[in-house]
Ligand binder design. Structure first.
Ligand SMILES: Nc1ncnc2c1ncn2[C@@H]1O[C@H](COP(=O)(O)OP(=O)(O)OP(=O)(O)O)[C@@H](O)[C@H]1O
Ligand SMILES: [Mg+2]
Length: 266
């Protein structure tokens, strides 16, 4: 029996669509996981910028870690003018950094107070998504919503609330979390991945020379490669360079690809 093709959302990262059968599945909630400085925020910015400028898809960026002014300044280094896109109503930016302070105060009060604050911030996100007709959404980062919250049950509740919003708005979402080196986890708390229909892990390996790697751990509805892929961050942002090793789910099972052959993926 033939099944309907899953609609794809272009990632805006050269080489990545090819790894994902054309892009993220429409409506997917993709967790972008990685250590500090791995390129998560740049990847998210590129996804939104290319979406708005190349594919005519408005997007919303929710910042829980750095003030929007810093995000915009960093993105401008790549020539991505988010200020202009905001003015043109192609991008919306939600400053959720204050949540840190709110959470800190609220934690001493009650879970209800935390959830109350969180829900009002998420309602703001929802209104903006609707106003702009945003097809793309970024939450950078998930743990930022639970800043200084140490109780795992409280964190579960916080992530659950965010997960409900993501399902509700239905935009194709990228959300980031960090990996604590040596923890053996693919997210900060080992909870975040349960919100996700896809997980991509970014890492920075420092051997004889530094190497940035990306790995698609899961992507629902997609026969994706299980290879590690080398990527670079250059003047144009992230670019996938090629597979480093191991095998793919659908093709070339057991065949080793090496970077030495400079095999391009797009
Ligand atoms: N203009 C640039 N050209 C090349 N590489 C850059 C440029 N700007 C930043 N980088 C690299 O990207 C890294 C930062 O990327 P990014 O902010 O996306 O990381 P992150 O994973 O979001 O980090 P964090 O965990 O701190 O949020 C820098 O540490 C640097 O190595
Ligand atoms: Mg970041």
């Amino acid at each position: 029996m033939e099944t309907a093709a899953i609609e794809r959302v272009h990632t805006g990262i050269p080489g990545l669509d090819h790894v994902l059968e054309g892009g993220f599945p429409k409506g997917a909630r993709v967790l972008l996981s990685g250590g500090a400085g791995c390129g998560k925020t740049i990847c998210c910015g590129q996804y939104l910028y290319k979406g708005a400028t190349r594919y005519g898809e408005p997007g919303v960026y929710v910042s829980t870690e750095e003030p929007p002014s810093e995000f915009k300044a960093n993105m401008l280094r790549f020539g991505w003018d988010f200020k202009k896109l905001e003015e043109d109503k192609k991008i919306g930016i939600v400053d959720a950094v204050y949540q840190r302070v709110e959470s800190e105060i609220a934690e001493q009060e009650s879970l209800q107070a935390i959830l109350y604050n969180l829900r009002s911030k998420l309602a703001e996100v929802k209104v903006l998504v609707e106003q702009l007709g945003a097809k793309r959404l970024v939450v950078d980062s998930l743990p930022g919503f639970g800043f200084r919250v140490t109780d795992l049950n409280t964190l579960r509740e916080i992530f659950l609330e965010v997960g409900l919003l993501l399902k509700d708005v239905g935009s194709t979402t990228l959300m980031t979390t960090e990996i604590v080196e040596g923890s053996g986890l693919i997210s900060r708390y080992g909870i975040e991945e349960f919100l996700a229909t896809g997980v991509m892990v970014l890492s920075l390996v420092k051997q004889s020379s530094p190497l940035r790697k990306m790995f698609v751990r899961k992507m629902r509805g997609t026969s994706h490669s299980l290879n590690d892929f080398a990527f670079t961050i250059g003047r144009e942002g992230l670019e996938i360079k090629g597979p480093i090793g191991v095998r793919s789910l659908s093709r070339g099972r057991g065949r080793l690809h090496s970077l030495g052959r400079k095999r391009r993926v797009n």
